[in-house]
Ligand binder design. Structure first.
Ligand SMILES: N[C@@H](CCC(=O)N[C@@H](CS)C(=O)NCC(=O)O)C(=O)O
Length: 217
């Protein structure tokens, strides 16, 4: 199946945008990146024009035109599942057990960690006078411990010897963990998968530092 022309609304440091960039790279699908700045000017994702595309005011959004109709998808997991209908490296294994395991691990990150350290969650904590950084750090640590204990693969990646949606979710989450100053030494399985993934060009090209809207440290 050949791919239509895609546009990806994304922010360089957004972990969910990063997941989709990895998926696009693994599938060798080109997409025009339209940066949406999550901080500048109160957040471009909160502007009415963008909220019409993404009612939760979140990136990523994948957009394309097919048969004269504009299609949009939000939610990185749904986007990855959609991308997996195209030829190229499978993102979600087709075999029953690896498929279930890769989705389990991906959901630990997607549902069990990322929402608890998301920008809007942090801002709500701040508004309530809570220690947002301590909360986010504890949530990431708890989630990474769960991930480490559920990642039982003897292979180089989280599930076997090829990257799956589990690694796609892991890599950006480890980057965020480092930003929060989390010690990653208790997570050898996760670090081994990261090392394997970062040897691949697809993962290197999807890195935030390689994006058009990347900001100097
Ligand atoms: N479940 C969504 C989560 C999307 C999400 O939380 N995106 C973040 C960036 S990683 C965002 O746009 N945050 C903006 C905000 O919280 O205000 C997905 O997987 O795409």
């Amino acid at each position: 199946m050949s791919s239509p022309a895609f546009t990806l609304y994304a922010y360089w440091r957004s972990s969910c945008s990063w997941r989709v960039r990895i998926g696009l790279q693994l599938k060798a699908i080109d997409a025009e990146i339209v940066p949406v700045h999550l901080v500048r000017d109160g957040g471009e994702h909160r502007k009415a024009d963008f909220v019409r595309k993404s009612p939760l005011a979140q990136v990523p959004v994948l957009e394309w035109e097919e048969n004269g109709e504009v299609h949009r998808l939000t939610q990185s997991m749904a986007i990855l599942d959609f991308l997996d209908t195209f030829e190229g490296t499978p993102l979600i294994p087709s075999e029953r057990n690896p498929r279930a395991k890769s989705l389990e691990l991906a959901e630990i990150v997607n549902a069990g960690i990322q929402p608890l350290q998301n920008l809007s969650t942090m801002l709500a904590f701040e508004a309530a006078g809570a220690d947002k950084k301590a909360f986010a750090k504890a949530a990431i640590e708890k989630g990474l411990h769960a991930l480490e204990s559920r990642a039982t693969s003897a292979g180089n990646f989280l599930v076997g010897n090829s990257p799956t949606i589990a690694d796609i979710c892991l890599i950006p989450q480890l980057y965020n963990a480092r930003r929060f100053g989390i010690d990653l030494t208790p997570f050898p399985t996760l670090l081994r998968a990261e090392e394997s993934a970062m040897k691949l060009e697809a993962f290197q090209r999807a890195h935030p530092d390689q994006q058009p809207d990347a900001q100097p440290a």
